[in-house]
Design a protein. Sequence first.
Length: 565
Amino acid sequence: MTRPAPGRPARRWRRLPLLRGPAWTATLTWKAAVFITVMCCALAALLGALVHVSVTRQTVDQAREKALSKLEAVTDAYEAGEAADGSGAVDPPGLPPGLRELALSGQRGTMVSDTGGRPTMWAAGPADGGALAVRIDYTLSAQTIAGLDRAIVGSSALAIGATLLAGAFSVTRVTRRLHLTAQVARRISGGDLDARVNDPRTRDPARGEDEVAAVSGALDTMAATLQGKLLSEQRFTADVAHELRTPLTGLSAAAELLPPGRPAELVRDRVNRMRALTEDLLEISRLDAGRETVDLDVHELAPLAERVVRTAGTVGSGTDLTVVRGTRVETDRRRLERVLGNLISNAHRHGARPVVVSVDGPVVSVRDHGPGYPRYLLEHGPQRFRTESGGSGHGLGLTIAVGQAAVLGAELEFADAPGGGALARLTLPEYAPPADRPDGADPAAPATHGATPAAPGRHGAAPATNAPHGAAPHGAAPQEAAPQEAAPQEAAPQEAAPHGTAPHGTAPADPAEASETPTAPTAPETPAAPWVPTAPEVPVAPSAPAAHRDEGTDMPHTESGDKRT
């Protein structure tokens, strides 16, 4: 049996669940209602008792005076030997014993009692060794007192109800303002620094300012101060990152002129890291400023995820791609590749292999088998320039991923996987073809507009379409390099042919593609429509881990300094 420590008495009653009311009983409205009700009941009981006692005493005194006057008249007639009129008698039946004893002792008195089921006022006095008594009907006086009691109870109930309603209305007005202040405070803590209470009492000096208005004004002032400091820091970061681009470009060019050797490699590596950090800061500044615009299009999600894995250079090095269910999503391909690239890079940098990328409908999951995310990240989300893994990054990768996901209208969640490791789940808005189009056509499908199929160019490209020059059909990746330089792994270089034609006597690189794509006769005098090679059919060389792509490129940023932040 355990005993409480000396000086600390046991208070087990605090842990009893029966003594704890529901959660709504802790509200200010409930407490005010209980207080008003108790005070009103106490006041009504006090006033009712005073009125009841006062009126009852007055009524009884009037009945007593009437009974004593009648007793005096009967006593005079009895002493004069006159015949009684029947209103008085000696020791009549029904006389209260206490009043009879009082009369036998030589004193006069009165008493109210029930006689025959009716309230009666008795008056008695001594007479020849007995008690001469008279009585009067007390029914009307008793009914008056009972009616007064009912009126007191009814009026008290009405007064309590009216006071309770008025008090609840007044308290609700105050609590509503407090709830509004609390909601604004939660919005500010969630990152909405434009939220304000804007209490009219704080804006009009002529109006009185109560305590709630003082709290609201202090909250608005705090939010404005925080917003000003944050905007100042964001402008400073953006200005510094922008000003560093020019010297970094010169430093990078100077590093290329260094003689080959280990020192030159170290200088180039540090310059590339510095450039990547600068570009990340610029991207975060654009996200914070809210100036990002999206270029929405419909894409197949599974090939796009496969492209990101290949571009990140992680194929065959511990990254597995699993497609449970493919679907089409309406999104900005470049920004989506940026998000997935940062998640995969972060998993490789701070987790453990294998890294599993899973596509299940509009949901893309990236899971590693490392120690998982830090506790602060799961509770508050990624924080820039904060990391607990001791890596070489800067804690910006996941911050950029969250910002770009918000721009895309996607939902990015971080959790610990059930079997261990970190799990990032990206949910994209799934594409739904419009059903009200008169021709029933899908705007996401590539349209040829009646163009004549052109001969396949190098790599067995798809037939050309009447799309603007440099634009890719829906579902195809934009052109990143000239078609003549995009495939260094070809067996032998071929001469460049006009767009839409193949060199004479040259078969397509892939026999299967040659059998699927018809070859149109060469027409030198009529140039064919421009074409863009389809991304999945052009092998993309893995980018170097330290290479940085600017915002204008469409490849993921592989050196983003990702942290478990």
